[in-house]
Design a protein around this ligand. Structure first.
Ligand code: GUN
Length: 283
């Protein structure tokens, strides 16, 4: 039997529709949410991500600024641009695309972004607020995972969620958000012993390890929800998730594809964060 496919593309379009509606209402009051994206260097994947963010701003009626800086930009120059954007009234959200060139300290850059404009949710104050359950700007991919599960009509309360991967960007924050939804959470990572056995206990399996097609059907309990956060570029140029979709969909319950699953949700949640930041600023 083949599983239901959770379409991030479709859910994302629904959310974007409601964001565009809110932007229209704000425009009537003279408020336009503004996002600044900063790209240092010419990493091809980053260039695509940044173009997509610029397009999302255009499509949803946001004000957008993209700062493309050469790879040799000094840390001091980058920090001074962030500082200028922190003080710029037309900008509600600031995103510095990662990874940065090796000579720049990513932490120093993230720590310089004003907490209220940190639409990535990477600033230590926003991370701390996430841990203690206070209101904060949530990191986009983890927030997108939760939104996708909820909008697919899946309840998380009392469920056993297993997260594979412990990165600061996905694994750690998504495990906290799953707990917030009253799931019982187990985290696995590269040193976990008996990973298939633990993964098979999951009602909801969230995979973010960055290894193409790593999770096969032996990791999945029949009927379990499978959320694939992986985005791996194969040698043939195709995009693959961390989950071997073809074999896993034969045993799983609802499952996200790659592409068209979690990916589209990330930019949508970035737009949602920028809208929230704008509303708070003009609140
Ligand atoms: N590079 C890859 N993913 C992300 C993200 O979510 N935010 C930023 N700033 N850079 C990234």
């Amino acid at each position: 039997m083949s599983a239901t496919i959770i379409s991030g593309k479709q859910v994302s379009e629904e959310i974007r529709g409601s964001i565009a509606g809110e932007v229209k209402e704000l425009a009537a009051k003279g408020v336009v949410p503004g996002l600044a994206v900063v790209l240092v260097g010419e990493d091809p994947a980053s260039q695509v991500y940044v173009r997509n963010k610029e397009k999302a701003c255009h499509d949803l009626g946001f004000y957008s600024e993209v700062h493309r800086l050469p790879a040799e930009t000094s840390q001091e120059e980058l920090l001074s641009l962030v500082d200028k954007l922190n003080r710029q009234d037309s900008i509600n959200g600031i995103l510095v695309q990662l990874p940065l060139p090796g000579h720049i300290d990513e932490k120093a850059v993230i720590n310089t972004i004003t907490v209220d404009k940190d639409v990535d949710g990477f600033h230590p104050v926003n991370v701390g607020n996430l841990v203690i359950g206070d209101d904060s700007l949530l990191p986009c991919t983890p927030a997108g995972v939760i939104e996708l599960i909820k909008r697919a009509g899946i309840s998380l309360s009392g469920k056993h969620a297993v997260v594979i991967g412990r990165s600061n960007i996905v694994g750690k924050p998504v495990s906290l958000l799953l707990q917030r939804e009253n799931a019982t959470v187990t985290m696995c990572h590269s040193r976990t012993a008996n990973m298939p056995e633990i993964a098979r206990q999951a009602d909801v399996l969230v995979v973010a390890i960055g290894r193409a097609n790593f999770i096969d059907a032996s990791y999945v309990k029949p009927g379990a929800v499978v959320i694939d956060v992986g985005m791996n570029r194969l040698e043939n140029g195709k995009l693959a998730g961390d989950v071997d979709f073809e074999s896993v969909k034969e045993v799983s319950g609802p499952i996200t594809p790659v592409p068209g699953g979690v990916g589209p949700m990330t930019i949508t949640m970035l737009m949602k964060n920028t809208l929230i930041a704008a509303k708070r600023h003009h609140g």
